[in-house]
Design a protein. Structure first.
Length: 319
């Protein structure tokens, strides 16, 4: 993330945290219902700032979804022996204690600490949660979805939760009719938050083939995806490193760069939304508190510190 984004986030956090701290300084017996409701609203805004960005990977079988998900995490978190070619959703998130949580088709939940897969028949699994203490998972969560050319039950319910959609399509047959049909079946995803990745790009013979694929994808899929990029499967970097004759052009954006740019844009927009909500909530809160009592609570405790903190959140240039 760029420094400017982090600075903005820190400023918002400080001001919202000040409101919560001022609330905590008010004795519980002196907290009116109005003040408690205000506290809940500001607390939710603070939680939104720190929510990880949810990234969902889609595509057909053996197209490289799991490989790219691992690349995002910088570790072999999703071993192909466990999650490859499986007809269920895999959700990777942060937690202090490693764990694997299995949700079965009959509504049961099986949890196993230590990050090892419990002994559950794969045919009965509906969703798999992997919890790991990786620092990067504080900022992002990964949804590795079932291949759309397989029968998959229930994972569609998690798709609307994704903040960024990464659609993987094999460069040798990029954006097939089945790709398009499957994409159109999904709930609407804003174009600016959708990335189309041509995987196995290191198999393309030369720059001419690469340019041909890029032009076709941009022409046929631009209405659904804000970014088209390439990714090779033979190294941690982009495809051009594996074939000397394939050079990078200005129009080719690496997978990693495209995703992190989308994360930055999404977080910036979310921060701006929180700023607007905080200003509006501040004005409404000040009006509500002064309507209850100019400066006092239900049992005489002054709300001065709370009002001061709330007023600081209502100043546009400070957020």
């Amino acid at each position: 993330m760029e420094a400017s984004t982090s600075a903005t986030s820190t400023d918002i956090e400080q001001r919202l945290s000040a409101v919560l701290s001022a609330y905590e300084s008010v004795p519980s017996d002196d907290r009116s219902d109005t003040l408690s409701d205000i506290h809940s609203g500001f607390k939710r805004l603070l939680e939104l700032i720190n929510e990880p960005v949810r990234i969902a990977f889609f595509g057909e079988t053996n197209v490289g979804k799991t490989t790219l998900a691992n690349r995002m995490l910088g570790a072999q978190v999703l071993p192909t022996s466990v999650v490859a070619n499986t007809p269920y959703l895999v959700h990777v998130s942060y937690g202090l204690i490693p764990a694997v949580i299995v949700h079965t088709s009959d509504g049961k939940t099986v949890k196993h600490a230590g990050g090892q897969l419990p002994h559950v028949g794969s045919s009965s699994i509906e969703k798999l949660e992997i919890v790991l203490p990786l620092p990067q998972l504080k900022d992002i969560q990964i949804f590795d979805t079932p291949s759309h050319d397989k029968e998959a039950a229930g994972f569609e319910n998690d798709i609307p939760k994704a903040d960024i959609c990464v659609w993987c399509t094999n460069a040798s047959r990029a954006w097939s009719a089945s790709d398009r049909a499957a994409r159109l079946k999904l709930p609407p995803i804003p174009r600016a938050r959708a990335i189309l990745v041509a995987t196995n790009a290191d198999t393309l013979a030369n720059e001419v083939a690469r340019a041909s694929v890029r032009n076709r994808l941009e022409g046929e899929a631009s209405a659904l995806f804000g970014t088209v990029c390439f990714a090779g499967m033979t190294s941690e970097s982009s495809a051009e490193t594996s074939r000397p004759e394939v050079s990078r052009t200005e129009q080719d954006v690496s997978f990693e760069k495209a995703v992190f740019r989308s994360i930055r844009v999404f977080r910036d927009r979310r921060h701006k939304t929180i700023e607007r909500l905080a200003r509006r909530m501040s004005r409404l809160s000040i009006a509500a508190l002064t309507a209850v009592s100019p400066t006092q609570g239900t049992r005489g405790h002054e709300y001065g510190d709370v009002l001061t903190a709330i007023k600081a959140c209502s100043t546009p240039e400070k957020l």
